[in-house]
Design a protein around this ligand. Structure first.
Ligand SMILES: Nc1ncnc2c1ncn2[C@@H]1O[C@H](COP(=O)(O)OP(=O)(O)OP(=O)(O)O)[C@@H](O)[C@H]1O
Length: 199
């Protein structure tokens, strides 16, 4: 089943035109990797699909199931985690993803990203890669049917990176989550994606 459909998308910034007539469908449980040179419009595409940017030509449609029974339809995971709340602990930063989360769900997500022992710390006590993993844990507990990932593993060491690539890929397959992954790493795209699109 198709969850996201983009048809003939074109984005303009003044005289600059990006993604000219771009079309894409992402199905349930599918990971699509987007690659291409810097400045070509990969993050712009992600922002449009995630509803952060609503000024574009063309059409964007979501299956109704995308909005059923969830608090956050489109969790984003960015390379730099600016979205953590500095006054909240790691576990509370994960908890804000949903109203109905059981404590075990939060613990499970923190264990999956290797942060359970650090759950009482504040973001300022964490490294860049650890903050990144908090964002990922938050995306994991969202129960969303769509996930948008913009170079999510770029700041992680290779061991953690492959562990989380595997985790996210399994999540997509077992929960049927449609994922759009922006990456500069060919090996990452090949390891994770069902399809690779070069813009
Ligand atoms: N708010 C904005 N106003 C004007 N131009 C913008 C704005 N945001 C992005 N751009 C331009 O749009 C183009 C595409 O940016 P985008 O961030 O989507 O590229 P990208 O492919 O993700 O690049 P990178 O791989 O470097 O992250 C760039 O030329 C950028 O200067």
């Amino acid at each position: 089943m198709t969850l996201i459909k983009v048809e003939n998308l074109t984005k303009s910034y003044g005289t600059e035109t990006l993604l000219k007539d771009f079309s894409l469908e992402i199905g349930e449980g599918e990971i699509v990797a987007v690659m291409g040179p810097s400045g070509i419009g990969k993050s712009t595409l992600l922002n449009i699909i995630g509803g952060l940017d609503q000024e574009f030509e063309g059409s964007l449609t979501y299956a109704p199931q995308v909005f059923e029974g969830i608090d956050v339809p489109f969790p984003f995971v960015f390379q730099e985690s600016h979205s953590l709340l500095s006054w909240k602990t790691v576990e509370d930063n994960v908890r804000i993803a949903g109203k109905h989360l059981a404590p075990e769900e939060i613990d499970e997500a923190l264990q999956a990203v290797g942060l359970y022992e650090h759950r009482k710390k504040k973001p300022r006590e964490l490294s860049g890669g650890m903050k990144q993993r908090v964002s990922l844990a938050r995306a994991l507990v969202c129960k969303s049917r769509v996930m948008l990932l913009d170079e999510p593993f770029a700041s992680l060491d290779s061991e953690m990176r492959s562990k989380l690539q595997e985790l996210v890929k399994n999540l997509s397959k077992t929960k049927g989550i449609a994922m759009l992954l922006v990456t500069h790493e060919r090996s990452e795209a090949e390891a994770m994606a069902d399809r690779i699109i070069i813009i």
